[in-house]
Design a protein around this ligand. Sequence first.
Ligand SMILES: *Cc1c(COP(=O)(O)O)cnc(C)c1O
Length: 423
Amino acid sequence: MKKKLQEDIFGVSKALFDKSKNIEKELIKEFNKIDEICMYNTAKVMNAFEKNRVSEIHFNKSTGYGYDDLGRETIEKIYKNIFGTEDALVRIQFVNGTHALSTALYACLESEDVLMSITGSPYDTLCETIGIKENSLSLIQRGIKYEQIELLKNDFDEKEILKKVKKYNPKLIFIGRSRGYSIRESICLSKIKEIIQKIKDVQENVIIMVDNCYGEFVEKIEPTDVGADIIAGSLIKNIGGSLCETGGYIVGKKEYIERASEILTAPGIGKECGATLGKNKEILQGLYMSPHIVSQALKVAIFTSKILEELGFEVFPKYSEKRTDIIQSVILNSEEKLVKFIQGIQKASPVDSFVSPEAWDMPGYSNKVIMAAGTFVSGASIELSADAPIKEPYIAYIQGAITYESGKIAILKAIDNMLRGEI
Ligand SMILES: *Cc1c(COP(=O)(O)O)cnc(C)c1O
């Protein structure tokens, strides 16, 4: 009787559920590491709140021009403290991460400057900003020159990078911390630190920019702690703690943040305007919760990696590997399995569980993409979500989860949907 109840409530086979319990026993060491990082980052955030004397007054909303918004100014000071930077721009007027990143690029680069990516192709949506994909307003169309250096076996191609830095004298070097939708590994901050030091030894004045999407609070440090001059990310990913409904951030050197603020708003307006419309509280509370939410997402990623590996799929990273972002990729090797897995995630989502996702041509992406995103905040990938471009070898990119429990159950349901009858 008891057994039957358990099967009924989780909606997956008993064999699969039992397997999950055994797997969790093997993950204790990894989970402890995650807890330790979470504790550290929570303290970091708490200290910044205390230092900046966060108070109910900061939850007040501004409308119209949004002059003198005390909450907004305090949020930006807190971000500055957390990232250890001279300045910060944290705004709901950024429509997504791409917008924050592209604003940072336009702020730093002028005609004739060289932009050099040293982690291969940037995230898909940035290709149009740069002009790798045709767009008449791209950086390349505005006279910026672009150089790209591929990764070498998931590490920086140091020799090539240093050679090309000397040759092209780049104004800005772009580093993608997270793999995004590519098969490469994500680059952890110890490697980023090393390459930044070597580059700055060759050319001290180069601006180092890091795409920090999916990276916040995964390690104890951030790219700005290891020499990055400007970084950007999305508030509907890690740092919004699942509470932010929109927005993005840029942190870094004052000079670049000021320019970025004038690209976001208008020359002469900069940081002074931008109504917060009652969103300050969610930005603050989301930030407060973010280290914990990120830890939940990481535990789900590690669980997913381990169970799918044991079921015979190739996964990256493996459960025991060091992580620098919340993404878990799994090679499913078949379109049918991929679609079933993604549909299984959707079925186990809190919102739109009755909807079955199909592949579609998403703006900014070059292949058809299938996505499961039954999220409270539309498209928020700090909540459990899974994306997959429909192309060989049929890789699912899985990320997020606001609680370990809901994430684990959803992964089991997705596996059950994919392998129905087999386990
Ligand atoms: C999510 C993400 C972005 C920005 O994407 P948006 O969907 O515009 O927020 C950029 N780079 C990476 C690596 C990302 O994961």
